[in-house]
Design a protein around this ligand. Structure first.
Ligand code: AOF
Ligand code: ZN
Length: 335
């Protein structure tokens, strides 16, 4: 079919953009937890009929950005000349960091439209990428402009995906996810001889959350009571991923043997006495997301002190065999 000049330049149907965003978010989510201190980013290249030409995600700091990978893919599969619209979950960068600027790379393609999920809060990038593309004649759109029934859900996913990077860029602190499980009796302590009281779905969730975290934070009470190994088990972990394990231990109660064993499992272990200092140090070390897995006392003080961003609450099912109830709330309303 011959495509007219107007069709070549016009915006693709909203449904095609929405499904490409969903795909870009799925890809980026697979690397959530692998990219720190960089954000997880996904990019999809579409042709004039809304067909997917290439799709990729940023995998690790120092390696190519999502856009560069997608463009390289389109070059190797011969679709480069057909690129019409670029979908990217984060505003393309406009600076030379560890890798060359993506905005410049996008301008080398024949694309007419770029859709952005979230604007980059990095002061070296902030609005620079989008502005640069616009000045060069591309039409830049924000996901929020998209008129579909799924836009809100896509926007919520994009915002959560980038929230740790946004917070870290703006404050130097990591995003704190507080995981709390409550038994049907209302307590947080598993019955004697058991490490957990939640079912398989809640355990899967817990391990997925560990996988996406750059650090696990716990208290000495939990270590003394359970000696948790804090490893990622129910999902496959990233290769060579090194997580921090921070233990809040004011009275130096944690045995050196526990610390040595955690180090031999690959953790960078540190003992801290104060939550604010612990989070500041994790942020300075480039951690984007911290998962708190602690007992009642530390959990309550993190809630009361406002040191959390996301509270994942797992309530044990009233009936044995039924699914536990998971609720997620955010401290700020921007996510
Ligand atoms: C993008 N696409 O896939 C990512 C971006 O040191 P560099 O070169 O890796 O640059 C890191 C910065 O680039 C990071 O702080 C963030 O602002 C942006 N990340 N940008 O266009 C990507 N990961
Ligand atoms: Zn880039």
């Amino acid at each position: 079919m011959q495509t007219s000049k107007t069709q070549e330049h016009s915006t693709l149907p909203a449904e095609a953009i929405a499904s490409a965003f969903a795909h870009a978010l799925d890809l980026a989510q697979q690397w959530q937890g692998a990219t720190a201190p960089n954000p997880p980013v996904g990019c999809v290249l579409l042709g004039v009929d809304g067909e997917i030409l290439a799709a990729a995600a940023h995998q690790r700091a120092g390696q190519p950005h999502a856009e560069a990978l997608a463009i390289a893919q389109s070059q190797s599969n011969g679709s480069f000349a057909r690129i019409h619209t670029i979908i990217v979950t984060l505003e393309p960068c406009n600076h030379s960091g560890r890798t060359p600027p993506c905005a410049g790379a996008l301008l080398q393609t024949p694309a007419h439209h770029v859709w952005i999920g979230v604007r980059d809060p990095n002061p070296r990038v902030a609005c620079g990428g989008a502005e640069h593309l616009q000045r060069a004649g591309l039409t830049v759109h924000d996901l929020a402009e998209l008129e579909t029934g799924t836009t809100e859900e896509l926007h919520r996913r994009a915002a959560r995906l980038l929230a740790p990077f946004v917070k870290h860029t703006q404050t130097g602190l990591p995003w704190v996810t507080l995981k709390q499980a409550i038994s049907r009796e209302g307590g947080m302590v598993p019955p004697a001889g058991q490490k957990t009281f939640t079912g398989p779905a809640a355990l899967d969730l817990a391990h997925r959350r560990r996988k996406q975290a750059d650090a696990v934070l716990t208290g000495s009470g939990t270590v003394l009571a359970d000696a948790p190994d804090f490893s990622v088990r129910r999902v496959s972990d990233f290769q060579n991923k090194q997580r921090h394990l921070v233990i809040l231990d004011r009275r130096a109660r944690v045995a050196p043997a526990y610390i040595a064993a955690a180090q031999s499992r690959g953790f960078l272990v540190s003992i801290e006495t104060d939550i604010t200092t612990a989070l500041t140090r994790l942020g300075a070390a480039g951690c984007l997301e911290v998962l708190v897995e602690a007992g009642a006392e530390l959990t309550q003080s993190i809630l009361a002190g406002g040191h959390w961003d996301e509270h994942v609450l797992i309530r044990q099912a009233a009936d044995p065999g039924a699914n536990d109830l998971v609720t997620i709330r955010y401290r700020s309303t921007t996510t």
